[in-house]
Design a protein around this ligand. Structure first.
Ligand SMILES: *Cc1c(COP(=O)(O)O)cnc(C)c1O
Length: 400
């Protein structure tokens, strides 16, 4: 079928008509176990009744009024995010890239109003992903995403992930901030150690820099804490959120302290849609679920089962899976062969996974996934590994 959509994606020839919890029902009648969750977005499962109810109720009352007026749903969601985090102030967006764009602008403007207009550069990390606007692709630094789009936005200094000495070397009198994903998502589920994050905090404090965490993928319970930074003893100055925050409704946010956020006075930044009544009504419903009794403990417990099962799978098929990494319900399998072949074979087994860089296949199930579904996913992954292992052996024999 010829598509009218801009060809920016090599899409699978597969569409879905219905979703429930961790399950997706395809238009061809097949049923898939969804360990991609729309790339870590559908955090409480497809069509969670509490979210559907909130969407319907708000949808019948009021969708949008613009940020020229008070929005009680946004005030409420903002206050709740503040109560659960280091932050005092929240700005709502429609996506992760806008959250990071706002975070970057805030860091630069904070330095500007603090008497350091020369500080505009941001230290970033190789393998990072911060979105697709011109600022966020420059921050991500991935040459594939920069090629052909003109001069990249100036002011980002990329260093190897986890390399503290390189960070120190990259800091100059023009540096405004350090920007990092506590767990790199698109980069292949690379987890920064709490020690590393704490060392970055110390560097920022010593040099008057701001620490920005991109928790667009790692936030909202994905790692077993509401925010990944809570596994360490430090807090950032600015944090971007999106993906899981709306459970499938387009919503993002960046959070900051009063000290930093005070520089963003009326007129300095804006959004037409961001934080509208419909989006933030759903965001509040999502938070009801994620902050519910025992929810994050469930993520930790079920994540441990998944991690254990994946480690066993890796031991059984070292010829297919080189490494398992991750935390909570955010796991990556570094595969020996092609990521695409693994993801496709998993689809044949009716299991949805997500490719990432660094030859990694991501497993990002809804946080509501249960033990039975974890066991089933592991059975299917075993079948995938078995198929790929057998294929590789046949190819080897053929070559010999
Ligand atoms: C997905 C992602 C983004 C971009 O979010 P969009 O909603 O696609 O704009 C930014 N940062 C991280 C860490 C992400 O995973």
């Amino acid at each position: 079928m010829t598509s009218s959509l801009l060809p920016t994606y090599a899409r699978f020839n597969l569409a879905f008509e219905r979703g429930e919890g961790a399950w997706l029902y395809a238009t061809n009648g097949d049923k898939y176990l969804d360990f991609g969750a729309g790339i870590a977005v559908v955090s409480v499962g497809h069509c969670h009744p509490h979210l559907v109810k909130a969407l319907k109720e708000q949808g019948e009352k009021l969708w949008h009024v613009s940020n020229l007026f008070e929005i009680p749903q946004a005030e409420k969601l903002g206050a709740r995010l503040v109560a659960e985090s280091f932050a005092d102030l929240v700005f709502f967006t429609n996506s992760g890239t806008e959250a990071m764009e706002g975070a970057i602008k805030t860091a630069r403007r904070y330095q500007f109003v603090s008497g350091h207009p020369e500080r505009y550069r941001i230290v970033t990390f190789q393998g990072a992903f911060h979105g697709r606007t011109l600022a966020s692709v420059a921050a991500g630094g991935n040459p594939k995403y920069l090629e052909g789009f003109g001069p990249p936005l100036e002011g980002f200094d990329s260093v190897p992930f986890g390399d503290l000495a390189a960070v120190k070397t990259a800091i100059t009198r023009e540096t405004a901030a350090i920007l990092i994903e506590p767990v790199q998502g698109e980069g292949g589920i690379r987890v920064a150690t709490p020690d590393f994050l704490e060392a970055l905090r110390a560097l920022c404090d010593a040099h008057g820099l701001l620490l920005i965490f991109d928790e667009v993928q790692s936030g909202m319970g994905r790692t077993g804490k509401l925010f990944a930074y809570q596994h360490s003893r430090i807090t950032p100055d600015i944090m971007g959120l999106a993906k899981g925050i709306g459970g499938g409704f387009p919503l993002g946010a960046f959070l900051t302290t009063r000290k930093v956020g005070a520089c963003m006075t009326p007129g300095t930044h804006g959004t037409t849609y961001g934080g509208n009544p419909l989006a933030t009504a759903v965001g509040n419903a999502l938070l009801d679920v994620v902050l519910g009794e025992g929810f994050l403990a469930h993520v930790v417990k079920i994540g441990a089962s998944l991690g254990q099962g994946l480690a066993e799978l890796q031991r059984r098929y070292p010829d297919v899976i080189e490494e398992v990494r991750g935390t909570g319900l955010m796991y990556g399998l570094r595969v020996v062969g092609a990521v695409g072949a693994f993801v496709n074979t998993a689809l044949e087994e009716k299991l949805i996974t997500v490719p990432a860089s660094d030859n990694v296949v991501r497993l990002l199930p809804p946080l509501t996934v249960n033990e039975v579904e974890i066991a089933l996913a592991l059975t299917r992954l075993n079948a995938v590994a078995e198929k790929i292992s057998a294929q590789a052996k046949r190819a080897q024999r053929g070559a010999a």
